[in-house]
Design a protein around this ligand. Structure first.
Ligand SMILES: [Zn+2]
Length: 245
């Protein structure tokens, strides 16, 4: 079974095989419409990532014969992945999907940077992470200093230069040891009991987390930081803003 099939069968019960889970570098694919409605379709498989975990949905095109429709949003709804489109396609239609690749690849780089930064700020003793997305990470309680941020910036750029492969694998929930990490324990508790296998994303020696998002193959693909800025957040949060070169 491929990773996508595992994710479909055990973790979310998808009707749609999420082929982005097997290979996040697939930018074009062939599929069949298995459910249709006004301005949406569900496909038997898809490389379009549905908005989740702070990562936005992909956009792109679906071609069917001479017809081309625009995919402007992709969302999980129960067991299906819905592609919201600007016109209609019939059930049974064979389609060729094309992602807006530049945008997706940038999202993959930013999201992978978020993983790497999370691991490095943990190493720097920044305190519990209470929020993160592809532009910012928030800690509370935290006494993170400017020196700490500059240390993380140096480590980040070293990790990028070392071009470390990012590993994706599945682990049984029961075998997972999150130790005393309260944040990871809370995260686990939020995942439905029916989800027994978790998709693990590991940057060896830097970060290990459960995540269904899309990631680059290695830290070299992330690229160096353009900016890493420490600002004061609301309610005593320390906030770090980041952008990539
Ligand atoms: Zn991730």
């Amino acid at each position: 079974m491929t990773e996508g099939e595992v994710e479909r069968s055990v973790s979310r019960g998808f009707m749609t095989i999420p082929i982005y889970a097997d290979d996040s570098y697939i930018s074009e694919f062939d599929a069949t419409v298995i459910r249709e409605g006004p301005r949406f379709v569900v496909l038997d498989k898809t490389a379009f990532y549905p908005e989740s975990g702070g990562q936005p949905s992909d956009t792109g095109l679906l071609r069917h014969g001479s017809q081309t429709v625009r995919v402007f949003k992709v969302l999980r709804r129960g067991r299906d992945i819905f592609h919201y489109i600007d016109s209609d396609l019939p059930k049974g239609a064979a389609v060729h999907g094309v992602l807006d690749w530049d945008e997706r690849f940038l999202n993959m780089r930013r999201h992978s940077a978020e993983h790497l930064l999370s691991g490095l700020f943990e190493r720097a003793g920044a305190g519990p992470k209470v929020y993160s997305d592809m532009k910012r990470i928030e800690f509370k309680p935290s006494d993170l200093t400017e020196d700490g941020v500059r240390q993380v910036e140096a480590w980040f750029n070293e990790a990028v230069d070392a071009d470390i492969p990012i590993r994706i694998y599945y682990a049984a929930r029961s075998e997972l040891d999150v130790g005393d990490d309260e944040r990871k324990r809370m995260f686990l508790q939020k995942i439905p009991r029916s989800v027994e296998r978790l998709r693990m994303v590991e940057i060896p020696d830097y970060d290990l987390n459960f995540c269904f998002g899309t990631h680059v193959r290695s830290t070299g693909e992330i690229g160096h930081l353009a900016e890493l800025e420490l600002v004061e957040g609301k309610k005593g949060r320390r906030v770090v803003l980041f952008t990539l070169e």
